[in-house]
Design a protein around this ligand. Structure first.
Ligand code: NAP
Length: 256
């Protein structure tokens, strides 16, 4: 069964084959969706282009989400090529290295602004553009978050604050876009070894800790996140919006 046959999806946040966005892309592709990709810089283009072309994607565009002009370009191209859009996947986050190693108290104004700009505001900007192409198409917008938004995770620091803003944005965007039939949801994934995760000091410890304490007594993998993503962007979740779905082996329910 091809659940997403005829659907057009744009994916932000593939860095390499380990990216959560890449696992999501593969599962959307397997269900028949046509995909467009963006990459953040020339170095990444070398990784993203072969992956994207390998699953038959023709639209592969540069987009640093801190640059409004590049965002405009992406959606102008999607409008010209496709004329419409059904799915937006936002799997982007960034914080300066020092803001993940120093105490949160030391976060600079610049570091705070950068983390929230890339990791939170970008969802608002991308959703605004996407919504104009989703008119009358029951669009679905999906982002990725982490429970460092809800509870203190040592070293996650300003990213936790950015994820809290991201999750609140999911709710406000769901409210704004609901009358147009557009749904906005997030997946709060357990820790998974990726490029972005490698930048978090003590990430190995996070993996170990969550596998010992999660009710399922193991970590999750990107394919499990991708299956939940498929549910959220498909008609299976037609009445679900403004939701943060934990895909973390149940870790988030634990008190002790
Ligand atoms: P990843 O493969 O490194 O993906 C992160 C992506 O964000 C990269 O493609 C990166 O590009 C992009 N990005 C950073 N700054 C950008 C900018 N200014 N403009 C455009 N793109 C930019 O890591 P991932 O773990 O799959 O992360 C995907 C999402 O899942 C993130 O939101 C992350 O917070 C979330 N998440 C991850 C985990 C985990 O344990 N891995 C758990 C929960 C949630 P560059 O490489 O060029 O910077």
């Amino acid at each position: 069964m091809e659940m997403l046959k005829g659907k057009k999806a744009v994916i932000f946040g593939v860095a390499n084959e380990r990216s959560i966005a890449w696992a999501i892309s593969r599962s959307l592709h397997e269900e028949g969706a046509e995909l467009a990709f963006t990459y953040a810089g020339e170095v990444l283009e070398k990784r993203v282009r072969p992956l994207a072309e390998g699953i038959g994607s023709r639209i592969i565009l540069p987009c640093d989400v801190t640059k409004d002009g590049q965002i405009d370009e992406v959606f102008a191209t999607l409008k010209a090529e496709w004329g419409a859009l059904d799915i937006l996947v936002h799997a982007i986050a960034f914080a300066a290295k020092e803001d993940l190693s120093n105490p949160y108290l030391q976060t600079s104004r610049q570091g705070f602004q950068l983390a929230l700009d890339v990791s939170s505001y970008s969802l608002v900007a991308l959703s605004r553009h996407a919504a104009s192409l989703m008119e009358g198409r029951k669009g679905a917008i999906l982002t990725l978050t982490y429970m460092g938004s809800e509870k203190v995770i040592p070293h996650y620091n300003v990213m936790g604050v950015a994820k809290a803003a991201l999750e609140a944005s999911v709710r406000y965007l769901a409210h704004d876009l609901g009358p147009k039939g557009i749904r906005v949801n997030a997946i709060s994934a357990g820790p998974i070894k990726t490029l972005a995760a490698a930048g978090i000091p003590g990430f190995k410890e996070m993996l170990h800790y969550s596998s010992e304490r999660a009710p399922l007594r193991r970590n999750v993998d990107a394919e499990e996140v991708a299956r939940a993503a498929l549910y959220l962007v498909s008609d299976m979740a037609s009445a679900v919006t403004g939701e943060v779905l934990h895909v973390d082996g149940g870790y988030n329910i634990m008190g002790m």
